[in-house]
Design a protein around this ligand. Structure first.
Ligand code: ZN
Ligand code: FE
Length: 260
């Protein structure tokens, strides 16, 4: 299995660096410069690039990296990706540094968005974040909710390598949704300590996200109540004329987050 470390980019992006000996892959190189610096410093040769979606902060460095290394570029077929050599739609199995990695279609943030699942590790771009999820730029709440369901079905000890350091901000919102969730209160303290020490708050585990991330908790009573309050449904689900679906709760929580 490859090792994973991060290359910080822009204000809050993480470019994940996968290495095995002197061979490397990167995930979502939005900027080539910090990647080239790291490859040179560690004497690594870049063999491949995994792209989750088309936004510039995820693919902006591909063209420059391709000039320096003869790389394979794995990317969503449904999106416009510079230099893509291996178009993917989800459901494929690909080889990454000798390891089988399965490709998941996770539409929502964008329509072609992919996640890459290696045993025990998920590279999920802007779909699932620490204590949050990506904005719905292209997909519907139903699509994003289904994508998050497919991620939630992975083993709880799966490490979640998302593409941004958004956890602290997301936790503030999560607390507004579930002020009395003890796992959430504990995570707030843990992440504050990590950030104060200059450490990343990611990867988290899927189990931790399931215990604290409101977007994975739309079937929990406290999240349903908060979502209904926000969406203007009657507060008591038992007496409400219309009982919202889990997707409607997800949509209400997501739209509340947009204006939080
Ligand atoms: Zn994005
Ligand atoms: Fe992004």
């Amino acid at each position: 299995m490859f090792d994973v470390s991060f290359i910080p980019a822009f204000k809050d992006n993480y470019i994940w660096l996968l290495t095995r000996g002197d061979r490397a892959f990167v995930v979502d190189p939005g900027d080539a410069e910090p990647v080239l610096r790291r490859l040179a410093a560690d004497r690594l040769s870049l063999e491949g690039i995994l792209i989750t979606h088309h936004h510039a902060d995820h693919q902006g460095g591909v063209a420059e990296l391709k000039k320096r290394f003869p790389v394979e570029v794995f990317a969503p077929e449904a999106e416009s990706i510079t230099g893509c050599t291996r178009p993917l739609r989800g459901g494929e199995s690909i080889a990454v540094l000798g390891q089988q990695v399965s490709v998941m279609a996770v539409p929502g943030h964008t329509l072609g968005h992919l996640a890459y699942h290696a045993p025990g590790r998920l590279f999920c771009g802007d779909t699932l974040f620490g204590a949050g999820c990506g904005r719905l730029f292209e997909g519907t709440p139903a699509q994003m909710a289904a994508s998050l369901d497919s991620i939630a079905a992975l083993p709880d000890d799966t490490l979640i390598y998302c593409a941004h350091e958004y956890t602290e901000m997301n936790l503030r919102f999560a607390l507004a949704v579930e002020p009395e969730n003890p796992a959430l209160l504990q995570r707030v303290g843990k992440v504050a300590a990590q950030r104060a020490a200059g450490l990343p708050s990611v990867p988290s585990t899927l189990g931790e996200e399931k215990a604290t991330n409101p977007f994975l908790r739309c079937a929990e009573a406290a999240v349903i109540a908060a979502g209904m309050r926000h969406a203007g449904f009657a507060e008591n689900a038992a007496t409400a004329a219309i009982v919202p679906s889990r997707t409607e709760i997800f949509a209400a929580i997501r739209s509340w987050r947009n204006s939080f």
